[in-house]
Design a binder for this molecule. Structure first.
Ligand code: ZN
Length: 307
C-alpha cells in the first residue's frame, strides 16, 4: 500500500454502494485524475475525500472504467466541484450522448445516476496518460461489455474495476439479458493472468497483492455459474435487492414491490430461469433467503437493510 502512495496513487476504499475511487496524483505539469466516482448519494463525500487528498492541487479528469451507477454516479458532483473533464469507455458514447437510461441500464437495475456529459473516449487497447504515469487500457468485458481496466507496467498495478475482485467479480449482466458472457469473463481473466501485477486495485474492496490466487477463486466461481446459470441469476437478483437496501436502508413493503416491478432485470431473470414459479412467490423466497442469511430484516410492513 505504501508503494501505491509513493507512486502517487491514493485509493478511497468505499464499500459496495459506492465503488472505490482511485486518485492518480499529478506532478508539476499534469493535473490529477480520478478513476470512478462512486454512487450519486455519496457524491458529497467523494468531493470531500478528493478535496482532502488533493490539498488544492487541480483535478483535471475523471476516467470511468465502466458506466454502472456505482462507478459514475458521482461524475456530475465531482465535475461541478472541480470543473474537470469526464472520459468514458469508447463503446458508451452512443448511450451517454443521447443520455439513454435504458442503454445505460439505470432503468433495468432500478438505480439512479445524475446526467453528465463526456469529453474524450477511452479506446482499448490503447494508452492514456493519467497523473504521473502512462496507463494501458485493457478491454475487460464480462461483468460489463464496455468495461476497461487500467494497467501500469512499471508499477505493475492493475485497476480491475468489477472484472476481478479479491473474491470473485461483479454480476455478469449480459447473461441476465440472455447473452452468453461467462466465457467472456474467463477471457478477461486470461488477459489479466498474462500481466505482471504486484497490486490489484479492484472496484470494491481493498487493494490486494496475489492476483493469481484471486483469478483462481474467480475461475472457480465462474465454473459454478456456468454449470448452473440459475445460481448466477439468483445471485444477481439478491445483489440488486441488497444495493437497493444499502441506498434506502428501509422502505415499506409496498414501496419495495413497486421498485421491483419497475426494475426490468427481475422479470427478465424470473421469466428466463424460474418461469414455473409465480412472480410474487419467487420474490418472497428470495427475500426470505436473504433474511435468513442476515442480509436484510423485516419489521412489520417494512423491509430494512442489515449488515
Ligand atoms: Zn459494475
Amino acid at each position: 500500500m505504501h508503494e501505491l502512495a509513493r507512486a502517487g496513487i491514493t485509493v478511497f476504499e468505499r464499500g459496495w454502494l459506492s465503488s472505490n475511487n482511485v486518485l492518480l496524483h499529478g506532478d508539476g505539469h499534469e493535473g490529477a485524475v480520478v478513476v470512478d466516482t462512486g454512487y450519486w448519494i455519496h457524491g458529497g463525500q467523494t468531493v470531500a475525500l478528493l478535496h482532502d487528498a488533493l490539498q488544492g492541487a487541480p483535478l483535471t479528469r475523471i476516467l470511468n472504467t465502466h458506466l454502472h451507477s456505482d462507478h459514475c454516479g458521482g461524475n456530475a458532483a465531482v465535475q461541478a466541484a472541480f470543473s474537470c473533464a469526464i472520459d468514458i469507455p469508447a463503446g458508451e458514447a452512443a448511450a451517454v450522448d443521447p443520455w439513454d437510461e435504458d442503454k445505460l441500464t439505470y432503468r433495468a437495475t432500478g438505480q439512479h445516476c445524475p446526467k453528465f456529459g463526456r469529453n474524450e473516449l477511452l479506446v482499448a487497447p490503447g494508452e492514456v496518460l493519467a497523473g504521473r504515469w502512462a496507463w494501458q487500457l485493457i478491454a475487460s468485458p464480462g461483468h460489463d461489455p464496455m468495461s476497461v481496466a487500467l494497467y501500469q507496467p512499471e508499477l505493475k498495478v492493475l485497476i480491475s474495476a468489477d472484472a476481478l475482485w479479491e473474491n470473485g467479480f461483479g454480476v455478469v449482466f449480459p447473461e441476465l439479458e440472455g447473452e452468453a458472457a461467462f466465457e467472456t469473463v474467463g477471457k478477461t481473466l486470461d488477459e489479466f493472468s498474462a500481466l505482471r501485477v504486484r497490486w490489484v486495485i479492484p472496484g470494491h474492496g481493498a487493494p490486494f497483492g496475489d492476483m493469481q490466487a484471486a483469478i483462481g477463486r474467480a475461475r472457480q466461481r465462474l465454473d459454478g455459474f456456468a454449470r448452473d446459470p440459475r445460481k448466477h441469476a439468483l445471485h444477481a437478483a439478491k445483489v440488486l435487492i441488497k444495493f437497493r437496501l444499502l441506498e434506502t436502508q428501509a422502505e415499506t413493503w409496498s414501496g419495495f414491490l413497486s421498485w421491483v416491478a419497475g426494475t426490468r432485470y427481475f422479470e427478465m431473470v424470473r421469466s428466463r430461469y424460474f418461469a414455473a414459479v409465480d412472480a410474487s412467490q419467487w420474490l418472497g423466497t428470495i427475500v426470505e433467503d436473504m433474511r435468513l442469511r442476515g442480509a436484510l430484516r423485516i419489521h412489520g410492513g417494512t423491509i430494512l437493510n442489515a449488515q
